[in-house]
Design a protein around this ligand. Structure first.
Ligand SMILES: *Cc1c(COP(=O)(O)O)cnc(C)c1O
Length: 356
């Protein structure tokens, strides 16, 4: 029998569509998307003029790439800018991996990874995190085969907020063949406080197959404008540019990003305030008995196991919207005012679990 549905790629048709959850109550704290709770800086807003919206943006984002290149000590062609770092990652994956090829990443990790790999037609190889919720880099290295094209390392890891150490990362790189692309996703780099954590900027130029991925969405608070970037070998960045959808990074986003770099000190001050709130949350949760892995992003991981969906509802009933992800809750560090409610909700989860 012939179907009257159009023929789609089966691996794409099999993807369960993402449906946004019910909108939170107006007075609830939205701690489900790792967003920055602060409004844009006035000094950044002042740079945004809407008078050229009828014009296309600078397709090459040259000013921003030049600014970033100076910071990382690389050429402007070693920088690729995209409409969010997820867009750049999609370019890298589709430039390197085709049907039959494998992309390795830890699991649990960022929810976008499996989708990007499937859209490229490649195969995901998910390597289980260790019991302490950190990447198992030895197992990731052992999973590399002749079909491996890309390995994605996420530090701090979304959603567990754990880091890969500098020593671990260097040991890992020593085992990876130089013709396999390694992407170090550092979306939360600015929130890292662990002195032993890997820091991508110290690795630039040390590995011919390494690309760093950074974003303006989290620490810089520009999630809604969509802008992120990668730093890596020129020919790899050229390949990413070759598969990019042209002109998708708007002029407003480029201007906001350059202004944010110029006012970085003010933004990093906010990051330390967010980190103070993070430490308050961790201390409170640990006091309640939660085994929270030490967070280095602007979010914490609450291992709620089989009770995860129910626990998310308890948080919601307290006016706190969190992200339920299989075996735990990812809770973003938001407004200081949210902490009390958050801890009360977590306490209720502990109390009801004990009586059940
Ligand atoms: C938020 C996030 C990104 C960045 O997303 P944008 O597309 O830049 O908004 C990338 N990687 C991880 C792991 C993230 O959590």
């Amino acid at each position: 029998m012939t179907s009257n549905r159009v023929q789609l790629r089966p691996e794409i048709a099999a993807i369960v569509p993402y449906r946004q959850g019910a909108p939170a109550a107006a007075d609830a704290f939205k701690l489900s998307s790792n967003e920055n709770p602060y409004e844009p800086l006035p000094s950044v807003l002042a740079q945004l003029s809407t008078h050229s919206i009828n014009r296309y943006p600078d397709a090459s984002a040259l000013e921003l790439r030049t600014q970033l290149a100076e910071r990382f000590g690389v050429t402007a062609d070693s920088v690729q800018v995209g409409a969010g770092s997820v867009a750049v990652l999609a370019q890298l994956v589709s430039a390197a991996a085709a049907p039959g090829d494998e992309v390795i990443y830890a699991w649990r990790s960022f929810e976008a990874y499996p989708l990007l790999v499937s859209s490229a037609g490649a195969t995901s190889v998910q390597v289980a995190d260790q019991a302490d919720h950190r990447h198992d880099l030895a197992a990731m290295s052992a999973a590399i085969t002749a079909s491996t094209r890309v390995v994605i390392v996420c530090s701090p890891n979304n959603p567990t907020s754990t880091v890969v150490t500098d020593a671990e990362f260097r040991d890992f790189m020593a085992t990876v063949p130089e013709n396999v692309l390694v992407v170090l996703d550092e979306a939360y780099r600015e929130f890292v406080t662990d002195p032993e954590a890997v820091r991508g900027e110290t690795l630039v130029d040390q590995y011919p197959n390494l690309v760093l991925l950074r974003t303006f969405s989290k620490a810089y608070g520009l999630a809604g404008l969509r802008i992120g970037y990668a730093i890596g070998p020129e020919y790899v960045m050229d390949a990413a540019r070759a598969v990019a959808i042209p002109l998708s990074v708007t002029e407003l986003a480029q201007k906001a990003a350059t202004a944010s770099l110029e006012h970085e000190n003010e933004l990093l001050e906010r990051v330390s305030r967010i980190n103070e709130v993070r430490e308050q949350i961790v201390a409170g949760l640990r006091e309640q008995g939660w085994a929270v892995p030490t967070p280095n992003g602007n979010f914490v991981w609450l291992p709620t196991g089989a009770a995860t969906d129910w626990a998310a509802e308890v948080f919601r009933s307290h006016g706190i919207v969190v992200r339920a992800l299989g075996e735990g809750l990812r809770i973003s560090v938001g407004e200081a005012e949210s902490v009390e409610k958050l801890l009360r909700a977590a306490q209720e989860v502990v109390a009801s679990r004990k009586t059940n």
